[in-house]
Design a protein around this ligand. Structure first.
Ligand code: ZN
Length: 339
């Protein structure tokens, strides 16, 4: 008898009712006069006196369980029915206000997209870095001004740990772990100890690129950057390279594009020169290759780096850098159509 009751108990968990009729059928099956529980009660009379107590308790347990189960089903059936009666397919949907991507994200994604199509993959690295990856491995002299407290955020009492001042640190990490050929871009946030103004901020976003292989020339670099400039700013865009200096490249250059606001005729934005500076680039210094474990007699490479804010300013003519990090919805709303 005890086993029989247990079996009924076990079967309860499989019970389902999707409407009121099914629920009523379950009630009749278990609780009606001719239901399972009443049957058990009649059998109970024949149970031996010394087992009556145990069997009685078990039947009570079953009764409670059946009642609980039916109450539970009742609840879910009535919720389902209420849902169905409220369902009105002609109603106007709730006005969910979609946000918009941040202008920096829009432009960063666009830049990544262009270089992805040219075969560059994305590399990522830590923002809190050690001196080796940010400076030493990239040919910065021990007394280089970038290491100065004026430019770099150092971690207190740990002069070897800094907030990265450029994403070149990621290039260093890629070089020390990857066999050439290497073709990566490194997007990310960087930090410099600058007074915050319309033209400077203590953090901004960079995308740096690195290409290392045999027989890489400055011509390859120039062609890749020209393709990038035309994809980003339009097919008529011209570029020019001016000699420059960076510790990690030799020779080095700054690249200007023809001003996309006045079309090269001269305006306030390009200071009436018709040209706007957008990035720095050059051939990777052999010292950098060697410091990162790459044989400079076999491999050559080029590198470039650009500021995402700078490109965004040019593309959308944002005049104040601070707008990018103030989270003013009126400003961000301007980019709703720029997806
Ligand atoms: Zn101009």
């Amino acid at each position: 008898m005890l086993e029989k009751i247990q079996e009924v108990l076990n079967s309860l968990s499989d019970l389902k009712a999707s409407n009121a009729q099914e629920l009523e059928a379950i009630r009749i099956k278990y609780l009606s006069k001719k239901g399972i529980i009443n049957d058990l009660m009649s059998e109970f009379r024949n149970v031996a006196a010394d087992q009556k107590r145990e069997v009685g308790m078990k039947i009570n347990e079953l009764k409670t369980a059946v009642q609980d189960k039916i109450n539970g089903l009742k609840q879910s059936v009535s919720t389902q029915e209420a849902d169905q009666s409220d369902l009105d397919l002609t109603r106007t949907p709730y006005p969910i206000r979609l946000g918009t991507r941040h202008p920096i994200s829009l432009v960063r994604n666009e830049i990544i997209d262009i270089f992805s199509r040219l075969g560059f993959s994305i590399a990522d690295g830590p923002e809190v870095e050690d001196d080796w990856h940010v400076f030493s491995s990239l040919n910065f002299a021990p007394d280089h001004p970038a290491r100065d407290m004026q430019d770099t955020f150092f971690v207190e009492q740990q002069p070897d740990i800094v907030l990265r001042t450029h994403t070149s640190s990621v290039q260093s990490r890629v070089m020390e772990t990857t066999e050439p050929p290497i073709r990566v871009i490194c997007p990310g946030r960087v930090y410099r100890n600058e007074a915050i103004s319309a033209r400077a901020h203590c953090f901004f976003h960079q995308i740096e690129g690195l290409y290392i292989d045999k027989d890489v020339s400055f011509t390859d670099l120039k062609q890749v950057l020209l393709t990038f400039a035309r994809e980003m700013f339009g097919a008529d865009t011209k570029i020019r390279l001016r000699p420059s200096y960076f510790p990690f490249t030799e020779p080095s250059a700054e690249m200007d594009i023809s001003c996309n606001i006045c079309g090269g005729t001269g305006c306030g934005f390009c200071k009436h020169t018709g040209w706007v500076e957008i990035l720095g680039c050059g051939m990777v210094d052999p010292n950098v290759l060697e410091a990162n474990g790459i044989d400079s007699n076999v491999y050559k490479g080029y590198a470039f780096g650009l500021g995402v804010e700078r490109i965004t300013n040019l593309k959308y003519q944002v005049s104040d850098l601070r707008l990018f990090s103030e989270n003013d919805v009126r400003f961000l709303d301007e980019f709703t159509a720029a997806h």
